[in-house]
Design a protein. Structure first.
Length: 132
């Protein structure tokens, strides 16, 4: 997020890069809030699904469509869905901070897309809960 180090780097460069990153986060409050909401949706969806399904017996239905069940798994596969979603939100946040310095529209578009991703993952966890 804001630091593409060349080589090993020293502590002064790292401290300067971290200060720049935190300054960018503080000055772009709407963007930061959007990503915070996205992250909390993914994390909250996972925690909700975990607490509701931790006592389930047998495999969990993770994906289904009109032809039937496509994917089953256990709580570890459910955790990977949450982890993948959270990593995607964090990576998109770092990219959006960099885009925001160059083109405000692209940063906001990425933030909106990531918010949609967070909502869809939350809805996916809700669907997994409802079919199990």
């Amino acid at each position: 997020c804001g630091w593409a180090g060349k080589g090993g780097g020293n502590t002064e460069e790292i401290n300067r890069a971290l200060a720049t990153m935190f300054k960018n986060i503080a000055t772009r409050r709407a963007l930061s809030f959007s990503f915070l909401v996205s992250f909390l949706l993914v994390l909250g969806g996972y925690c909700w699904a975990y607490t509701r399904l931790k006592g389930a017996s047998g495999p969990l239905i993770l994906h289904f469509n009109d032809t039937g069940i496509n994917q089953i798994g256990d709580l570890s596969k459910l955790a990977w869905i949450g982890i993948t979603g959270m990593v995607a939100v964090i990576v998109n946040f770092c990219i959006a901070l960099e885009l925001e310095t160059r083109d405000r529209f692209l940063g906001k578009m990425l933030a909106a897309g990531t918010l949609l991703l967070g909502v869809l993952i939350f809805v996916g966890f809700a669907a997994i809960i409802s079919v199990n």
